[in-house]
Design a protein around this ligand. Sequence first.
Ligand SMILES: Nc1ncnc2c1ncn2[C@@H]1O[C@H](COP(=O)(O)OP(=O)(O)OP(=O)(O)O)[C@@H](O)[C@H]1O
Ligand SMILES: [Mg+2]
Length: 201
Amino acid sequence: MITVKNLTKHFDDKKVLDDFNVVLKEGRITTIMGTSGCGKTTFAMILLGLLQPDSGIIEGLEGKRISAVFQEDRLIEHLSAVANIKMVIDGEPDLEEIRKQLSDVELEGELIRKPVSQLSGGQKRRVAIVRAMMAKSDFICLDEPFKGLDTETKQKVMEYVKKSVEGKTVLFITHDIDERRFFEGDYIGVIPGPVCEIWPF
Ligand SMILES: Nc1ncnc2c1ncn2[C@@H]1O[C@H](COP(=O)(O)OP(=O)(O)OP(=O)(O)O)[C@@H](O)[C@H]1O
Ligand SMILES: [Mg+2]
């Protein structure tokens, strides 16, 4: 269980998170929705340890391994899909398994061998997703992971992700109510902007 208590974050004089409280249950998917700019990515970045809050406590992440699909792809552009994924794998990477998981999201052949700079937006997105799924982790943060995927591909990728995260603790950020329904899990509510507060459900 990850417990977030009284989290506050300002950017200059703009208050983005105001005394924000939430519990992410162990082994469950917790979905956060909210208007653009309300602070979802800010919250995710604080959980990932990439942003410092002004105040507040986060319990339950000590010593935990975290993986993420960021809102941007954050791939190493001159490396291939396979090489990007190899970078997050401990020890000897299982190339067969990497290829299998890439093919689960419809990436195969030449596409997985050329620099990701030559891939389309949706193809890059899928590489970023497989990278997050293949990294060993106790907690996974997904910040609008399916953005930019066409309907048919998105369905396949969502099925792949659902299977991959089974039993893991996941924070899932989305604007899409159908995605939330697909992942079921615990829905902690909408963050209304500009000042965040969780509506309890
Ligand atoms: N590094 C920063 N410096 C200044 N302001 C920032 C910074 N990062 C975010 N903000 C501001 O904080 C607010 C929340 O941003 P955030 O990216 O968390 O929103 P979001 O809920 O993820 O939105 P979206 O749905 O569009 O991704 C926005 O008003 C944004 O302009
Ligand atoms: Mg965001």
